[in-house]
Design a protein around this ligand. Structure first.
Ligand SMILES: C[S@@+](CC[C@H](N)C(=O)[O-])C[C@H]1O[C@@H](n2cnc3c(N)ncnc32)[C@H](O)[C@@H]1O
Length: 248
């Protein structure tokens, strides 16, 4: 696996920028955006329509997706598996293959209605707001994909505290998200300011969402504070991902 930790650093972090806090209404607007985007969401993942940047760019995207998937598989996740913000299930099928049971949590029924795993007998589906949800059992594995970048900076410690509470000692966690250089150049991005980004839907509507690009070391340090030893890496162009385990 090639790593480019130098360019993984977050430019806004380097500048030491300060940010306005994200309001509860903005978090609600973000969830509403995903409700509306649900039918078109997978175009981004499969590089269809306006996300199709040509054969070479698509090949690099899918190669890097494979790199991250291989890194995940190499860690042998297992047991009772929790996926937060599961959405349309771009990763849920892979997680289910490794799991005894899979619990998927998301605030959008519309996103989950496209997720193929929800019909499986060993899958539990929870519709909940992740900013107030807390687990009712312990898990062997916890994952969240393309979710960490939608967390307000001021809520990152709280979120990782919740993740740690979900995990058994020795339990494993995994995340993947956009790298800044790629995440800001997608065709649905109209603008960005502070912790937010303006996104465009296919019908022309615009929505403001939270979009942060956290530095590898910042994520590792926060995870460490809540008892998760996490190793964060980047693929050459598109993705930041991390694999870790709860040590206490
Ligand atoms: C960028 S999508 C990621 C979906 C999927 N994990 C993936 O990798 O494609 C973000 C997901 O977070 C969900 N979401 C947004 N705000 C939420 C909230 N407050 N509580 C629970 N889920 C939320 C959305 O419905 C959406 O499914």
């Amino acid at each position: 696996m090639r790593e480019r930790k130098d360019v993984c650093m977050n430019s806004k972090e380097r500048e030491g920028a300060s940010y306005e806090r994200v309001t509860d209404q903005q978090l609600q607007d973000q969830l509403n955006y995903y409700r509306e985007r649900a039918p078109e969401y997978d175009d981004w993942w499969y590089r269809r329509g306006t996300f199709n940047h040509g054969d070479e760019a698509n090949r690099i995207w899918f190669d890097e997706v494979s790199m991250v998937k291989e890194s995940f598989k190499a860690e042998h996740f297992e047991g009772d598996f929790l996926e937060l913000a599961a959405g349309t299930g771009t990763w849920s099928c892979l997680f289910l293959k490794e799991a005894r049971t899979l619990t998927v949590v998301d605030g959008s029924v519309e996103m989950l209605s496209h997720n193929p795993v929800v019909a499986e007998p060993n899958v539990r589906t929870i519709i909940a707001d992740l900013f107030s949800w807390s687990p009712d059992q312990l898990y062997d594995s916890v994952a969240f994909t393309f979710w960490i970048s939608h967390l307000p900076r001021e809520r990152l410690v709280g979120f990782f505290t919740m993740v740690s509470r979900c995990l058994k000692t020795g339990g494993k966690m995994f995340f993947v998200d956009d790298r800044e250089v790629a995440g800001t150049r997608e065709s649905h991005v109209v603008g960005a300011s502070g912790q937010t980004m303006i996104r465009k839907l296919n019908n022309g509507d615009h929505a403001i969402i939270v979009k942060n690009f956290f530095g590898d070391k910042d994520i590792q340090q926060i995870a460490s504070k809540v008892g998760i030893e996490l190793h964060v890496h980047c693929t050459p162009t598109y993705f930041q991902y991390g694999v870790g385990s709860k040590t206490v």
